[in-house]
Structure formats: structure tokens, C-alpha cells
Design a protein around this ligand. Structure first.
Ligand SMILES: Cc1cc2nc3c(=O)[nH]c(=O)nc-3n(C[C@H](O)[C@H](O)[C@H](O)COP(=O)(O)OP(=O)(O)OC[C@H]3O[C@@H](n4cnc5c(N)ncnc54)[C@H](O)[C@@H]3O)c2cc1C
Length: 496
């Protein structure tokens, strides 16, 4: 029986299914979890149809941009959690192969070698960073059918037909179209491995596991375990830990203890009222479907609670309490508009030219304005500006791999103001965000960064130096609006 909505399945190449193959291969790259995952569900559909066992390959390369101890450790912790969950399922028809490339290029050939013995390969369809290119190249090289499956959001990537340029328009579209994607049949199975009878997986030939040794995850996670890898060791592991089990705890804690304060206190750095789930969403340790289900269950919510309106406003539609409504607007409207943009603008979602024309015109008009404070990338990176609040936010990013949302906006706006040009500002923001933030390299990274330059926004009067009609923010106003005393103390240069 087919249970994955066809709109979520993309056939990447024209190669045939090989019914004589030894197994179905799930090449896990973005939805790094075994729960609530359409890709895994699709791979299991093939297993049942072809009567094959399942091989799950979760691999980690060394040569991706910004590879560091911070990102590697988070991903490897996720692998350890997957290994544990698959072992607990004790299904002889499922074999998990974690692979961490020990040196540049050593992983080359592994996918192709495993695919040669496969009946069909299923992978994750993530619309950002190097993954779309990787899947495209694999599609050309693999001798069997490659399918990319979309488990990114509540709305399938191909559920829209154009890129939305304003959150208001996207929200109005959601108010008309989202109910269809909230039906139970459009949600992934919570536990696809449960009660799944498959033929036993026969061992992989030693020639394969000798050339590409399955990763010793415990060794890699032990102190000094990442030292031999050719990645950036100066970006230290974050204080948060990766993996689906941790992610579920973080979500539960938020729903139980902080959601009630979300609408009122989300913007207060000292209040710790946000969920902290973005790193888990980014690496696929948590699914948005599970988050949504857990959040609305708290209020006995059903589809009938939705107001019958499509005015694009961010309140009065969900029919939930105000904190939950505010959370759902971030989790769905703001999160998914980024996925929508990357899907429909694959070639330029990260390029300056993708900004709306009014932004580029307004910034160009002010390109030659005097810049009383001017910093280069090194000064920004080492938090050496004149502004204590900006420096504190940058230190939080470098130290912890995260930054409070409200300060993230200020942080981006100030880089625009203090850079030689808006193009330079964009490069600085992309580099710092993606190098240090655990949740970086995501469609939301580009939404947030480009928002600072005007994407999804409208012109704001009065016209100002440097910014033109782009919305302006100042540290002084921010400090007046939000409480930052503890924040400043915590991230002052003396508290390293
Ligand atoms: C300059 C800048 C850079 C950013 N870079 C990233 C990034 O690299 N990765 C990233 O996930 N988000 C990024 N954001 C968006 C936002 O700051 C984070 O999603 C949010 O702070 C994550 O914390 P949380 O999980 O506690 O969010 P919560 O407030 O608890 O929200 C829950 C989820 O909703 C989504 N969400 C919330 N706010 C936004 C938003 N403004 N835009 C898009 N989605 C949102 C996220 O998936 C988030 O995890 C950036 C914003 C700015 C201004």
C-alpha cells in the first residue's frame, strides 16, 4: 500500500528499479531520524513491495563548507541516537550503516558501490546548501532508480507553484490551502519501523566494510575523538547535544514549561521563552509534523477550530491560545516560507540579486553614504565593534552556536550598517551565521539574513543614510525595548 503522498516523491533519474537487487537503500542525508520521516516510510514501501530488506546509510563527509567539531559532533550524536533506536527496534530486516569520512575523499565510491547491489535508492529532498547538487550528481551516476523524498515541512515543497515574497501573502495562501495538508493522511507515520516484517538483511561483503569502515561513533564522541579529522577544530562543540532523543526532550520541556510565555516573552533574551528546536529541525533530528502534533494536542485542537478566513493576518486564524498561535505562525509561516523560496529560486536564493528590486535600488542609492563605523570580517568575527550589545550577541554565537532571535535581527542590521557595501554585509552574515550557528546552512538562515536586507519586508520611512528604505534597528532602541542586563553580563568579554 502506498502511504507517502505522491507530491513528496521526486524521481531523480530514469534508471530502472532492479528487482534482483539485494536490498532497498535509504541514503539518509537531511532527515536524520527514524521517526516521522517520509523518506524512511517510502523506502519501507519499496521493501514491502519488492520483498527486500532495508539498508540505511547515514554518512558524514569532511569536505563540506564550514565543517567543524561543532557541526560534526552534533551530527554524530544524532547518528548514535539513530543507531540506538534501530538496535532497539530489533528488526533483522533493517541494517544501519553509519559512515564518517576519515579523510577528504575517502568516502568516494561508497554510495555507488552500495547502490550497485540495491533494487532502488531513496534519499532526502532538502532544498538548500550543497545537498541539491549532491543528489543531482548521484542521480546521473547511480545505475538504479534514485528517488528524493520531501519530509521538510507541513506543506510539501511542490505544494506551491511560485516563490512568495511577503509573509502576509504566504500566510493568506496558507489560510486557504493549509487545511488539506493537515489531514491525517498527509502526515508521516510516527514510527514506520514498527511492525514492519522484512526478509533478514544478509551481511554486507567484507570488501565493502573493509574499504569503508562503519564509524565507531563512541570513539568519535570520546574526548579528542574528532581530532584526526580534517575539519575546523577551532569551532568547538556547542553546549547543546544532538540526536532525536535529546530533541524530543527539548520539545517536551518547551511545551510544558515555556510555551505559555512564548507570545509575551519570546523577544526577551533574559526570559528564555523560545523553544530552542531550530538545530534539531535543521539536522532532521526532529520532524515538524511531530512538533505540530505534540503542540496542538496540548489544547485539544482539531481542524474545525480554524477560522474560515484568509486575511493574511497573524492572529485570529488558528483558533488556539495566543501563545500557541504565535508559535505556530513562526513554525509554519516563517519556517516554511524559507523552504518555499529555496525550492522556487534554487539558483539564486543565496545571491544578493535575489533581493526585491526596491531593496536593491534603495541600497544602491545609498552605496556611497559615509559609514562612520566600518568593520571587516575579522573585526566582526572577533566581536571587536564599538557596540557592547552587538559584541555580546556575536560572542554568544561563537561560544554556544546560537543567538537569541531578536538579537539576531539587530546583529544582521548592524552588519549592514557597518560594512563597506550591502554585498559585503551579505557575505559576512552568511559566513558568520553558517560557520558558527548549529542551525545554519538552512533555508531559514537565508530568510533571516536576507530579511535584514529587506526580503519579505516593505519599505520603511523615513529614508535613512546607508539603509535607504530598508527597516532600521538600533542597539539603543533594542536595549530600551527588551531586557538585556543579564544577557550583557553573561556574554561580556570577561565571562569566557
Ligand atoms: C540574521 C538572522 C539569521 C537567522 N539564521 C537562522 C538559521 O541559520 N537557522 C534558523 O533555523 N533560523 C534562523 N533565523 C530565524 C530565527 O532567528 C530562528 O529560527 C529562531 O531564533 C530559532 O530559535 P528557536 O528554535 O528557539 O525558535 P522559536 O521561536 O521557538 O520558533 C520555533 C521554530 O520556528 C521557526 N522560526 C522561528 N522564528 C523564525 C524566523 N524568524 N524565521 C524563520 N523561521 C523561524 C524555526 O524553525 C524555529 O525553530 C535567523 C534570523 C535572523 C534575523
Amino acid at each position: 500500500m502506498h502511504t507517502v503522498p505522491p507530491l513528496r516523491i521526486r524521481q531523480v533519474n530514469q534508471a530502472p528499479v532492479q528487482p534482483g537487487g539485494d536490498y532497498v537503500l535509504y541514503w539518509m542525508t537531511a532527515f536524520r531520524r527514524v521517526r516521522s520521516n517520509f523518506s524512511l516510510q517510502r523506502a519501507l514501501e519499496h521493501c514491502r513491495e519488492l520483498n527486500k530488506p532495508l539498508l540505511i546509510l547515514e554518512a558524514l563527509r569532511t569536505r563540506y563548507h564550514w565543517a567543524s567539531d561543532r557541526l560534526h559532533r552534533f551530527v554524530i550524536e544524532g547518528m548514535a541516537a539513530n543507531q540506538q533506536a534501530i538496535a532497539a527496534a530489533a528488526n533483522p530486516g533493517v541494517y544501519y550503516f553509519p559512515y564518517v569520512e576519515p579523510a577528504h575523499g575517502e568516502g568516494s565510491g561508497l554510495l555507488a558501490t552500495l547502490a550497485k547491489r540495491a533494487a532502488v535508492v531513496v534519499t532526502d529532498d532538502f532544498p538548500c546548501f550543497f545537498l541539491p547538487r549532491l543528489v543531482k550528481v548521484a542521480g546521473r551516476q547511480l545505475p538504479v532508480r534514485l528517488e528524493a523524498v520531501d519530509s521538510n515541512g507541513i506543506v510539501p515543497l511542490r505544494g506551491t507553484d511560485h516563490a512568495f515574497t511577503m509573509a502576509f501573502h504566504f500566510r493568506r495562501w496558507l489560510q486557504k490551502n493549509l487545511p488539506r495538508w493537515l489531514e491525517k493522511s498527509e502526515f508521516p507515520l510516527a514510527d514506520p519501523l514498527k511492525r514492519c516484517e522484512l526478509p533478514t538483511f544478509e551481511k554486507l561483503p567484507a570488501s565493502i566494510t573493509k574499504e569503508w569502515r562503519p564509524a565507531d561513533l563512541a570513539k568519535l564522541l570520546a574526548p579528542g575523538g574528532l581530532q584526526a579529522l580534517p575539519i575546523d577544530h577551532s569551532v568547538l562543540p556547542a553546549s547543546i547535544h544532538g540526536g532525536s532523543a535529546v530533541a524530543e526532550t527539548v520539545l517536551k520541556e518547551f511545551l510544558k514549561h515555556r510555551l505559555a510565555r512564548y507570545a509575551d516573552e519570546r523577544n526577551q533574551p533574559d526570559a528564555n521563552a523560545a523553544s530552542g528546536v531550530s538545530p534539531y529541525l535543521h539536522f532532521g533530528h526532529l520532524s515538524v509534523h511531530e512538533m505540530f502534533t505534540a503542540a496542538v494536542r496540548q489544547e485539544d485542537w482539531s481542524l474545525d477550530c480554524l477560522a474560515k478566513k484568509a486575511d493574511g493576518k497573524n492572529s485570529g486564524w488558528w483558533g488556539t491560545s495566543p501563545p500557541l498561535e504565535s508559535f505556530l505562525d513562526e513554525l509554519i509561516t516563517w519556517r516554511e516560507i524559507g523552504f518555499n523560496f529555496c525550492t522556487h529560486r534554487p539558483d539564486d536564493y543565496d545571491q544578493y540579486e535575489s533581493l526585491p528590486e526596491w531593496c536593491r535600488k534603495s541600497l544602491a542609492k545609498h552605496a556611497k553614504d559615509a559609514r562612520p563605523n566600518l568593520y571587516d570580517l575579522d573585526q566582526f568575527e572577533s566581536a571587536a565593534t564599538h557596540d557592547p550589545l552587538w559584541n555580546a550577541a556575536q560572542r554568544q554565537l561563537v561560544r554556544e552556536g546560537r543567538m537569541h532571535n531578536y538579537l539576531r535581527m539587530l546583529w544582521g542590521k548592524k552588519v549592514l550598517e557597518w560594512s563597506a557595501s550591502p554585498e559585503d554585509a551579505l557575505q559576512t552574515l552568511i559566513h558568520l551565521n553558517n560557520k558558527y550557528a548549529v542551525d545554519g546552512r538552512n533555508p531559514n538562515s537565508y530568510s533571516g539574513i536576507f530579511w535584514c536586507l529587506g526580503r519579505y519586508d516593505r519599505p520603511w520611512a523615513p529614508e535613512r543614510p546607508i539603509f535607504g528604505m530598508i527597516r532600521y534597528m538600533s542597539s539603543e532602541n533594542t536595549a530600551r525595548k527588551i531586557k538585556v542586563k543579564n544577557y550583557l553580563r553573561e556574554y561580556s568579554e570577561y565571562s569566557e
